[in-house]
Design a protein around this ligand. Structure first.
Ligand SMILES: [Zn+2]
Ligand SMILES: [Zn+2]
Ligand SMILES: [Zn+2]
Length: 343
């Protein structure tokens, strides 16, 4: 605090002045114009009690410049705000935002001039993104949610959606025309038809083309029983249906290397539609007969991406009995339900 605080002497090079977002429309020159008149001593007392020193009156009789005792930065405030609320130091706020960004691995590039709650950040992958300060603050404070990947770079995410689509024979065109965030617009590579599809369905390949009629629900599918061991938690099974259970195991469920997992049984189903119906009915039965073996939603959130359709391994014999019967009912090939040696 070596500056001369006398209101009628300006420093040679103007100090940086933080302006609250509500006042940013006012030209800078207004804030640089000292208002003649002493600072009332009772204002100075209030400022001191709130961690500031009034170093100037500017623009008009209602505004003061507050110097933060913590960081030394100057912030313009209304005298009214000083009297009735805890003024925010622009310097401390900026420092906090820089630190929050650093904790997340981001770099805060600049404030968004269009919206005071947003800033522009450089993400670890190198892409830039416009993010809400509050969101970055939460991410810095709480860290990523258990079992989740944290913040997704929108650019990288779009690239991933494109490659998921390409793997299923579709091209990602852009956002959903009906503005559902879980859908996108896609073009079928083999016929050129464009339609909206749920992202989850592109990932699992449960997509039917409305034009050429290629349809997952009419194509053969399989119900699989997947077994996995979670350290210190025990053995579990997961049921599901897929045209390609092995790829589902590795890629979609996001099972980390520390969890031993394999596809135990595969029951061929004549169509995806039958597989879906059979699986749904089985889940209903298991929930009713073995409620204690159903794994609660968040119990394995750190280990596996999917939170439902997971059971304790001890009900496996009942699951197999049911699936064998269901398979026999639709008269499928003799390899049904044969144990597999590995996943
Ligand atoms: Zn400060
Ligand atoms: Zn990125
Ligand atoms: Zn098509």
């Amino acid at each position: 605090m070596t500056d001369n605080h006398s209101p009628d002497r300006l420093p040679k090079k103007p100090r940086r002045l933080h302006i609250p977002h509500r006042s940013r429309h006012v030209p800078d020159s207004e804030w640089r114009r000292t208002y003649p008149g002493p600072v009332p001593p009772q204002w100075q007392d209030i400022a001191a009690s709130k961690g500031f020193l009034i170093v100037d009156r500017v623009r008009d009789r209602n505004h003061v410049v507050l110097r933060c005792r913590e960081c030394g930065a100057d912030t313009v405030q209304k005298a009214y705000v000083l009297r009735t609320a805890q003024p925010i130091c622009g310097g401390c706020l900026e420092t906090r935002r820089l630190q929050d960004a650093a904790k997340c691995g981001f770099t805060l590039l600049e404030r968004d001039e269009m919206h005071h709650k947003y800033g522009h950040y450089r993400l670890p992958c190198g892409h830039a993104a416009r993010l809400q300060f509050g969101r970055v603050e939460r991410l810095a404070r709480e860290g990523k949610a258990a079992g989740r990947a944290g913040f997704h770079c929108p650019t990288c995410y779009a690239a991933r959606l494109s490659s998921d689509a390409a793997a299923r024979g579709w091209t990602l065109l852009g956002p959903d025309p009906e503005a559902n965030p879980n859908y996108r617009s896609y073009r079928h590579d083999s016929c050129g038809h464009t339609q909206r599809i749920a992202i989850a369905n592109i990932i699992t390949g449960r997509v039917g083309c409305e034009q050429c009629g290629t349809c997952w629900s009419a194509a053969p599918s399989e119900i699989y029983v997947l077994a996995f061991e979670v350290p210190h938690k025990g053995s579990f099974i997961k049921l599901g249906y897929s045209r390609d259970p092995e790829s589902r195991l590795r890629y979609q469920l996001g099972i980390p290397g520390s969890v031993e997992a394999r596809v135990l049984y595969r029951f061929p189903m004549r169509t995806g539609h039958i597989a879906q119906k059979t699986e749904k009915a089985l889940h209903g039965k298991l929930k009713q007969r073995f409620p204690d073996s159903v794994i609660p939603c968040n119990e394995l959130a750190d280990w596996i991406n999917v939170k439902t359709e997971i059971y304790r391994a001890d009900i496996l014999p009942h699951v197999l009995t049911y699936l064998k019967a269901a398979t026999a009912n639709q008269q499928t090939s003799p390899r049904s339900g044969k144990p597999r040696s590995s996943g």
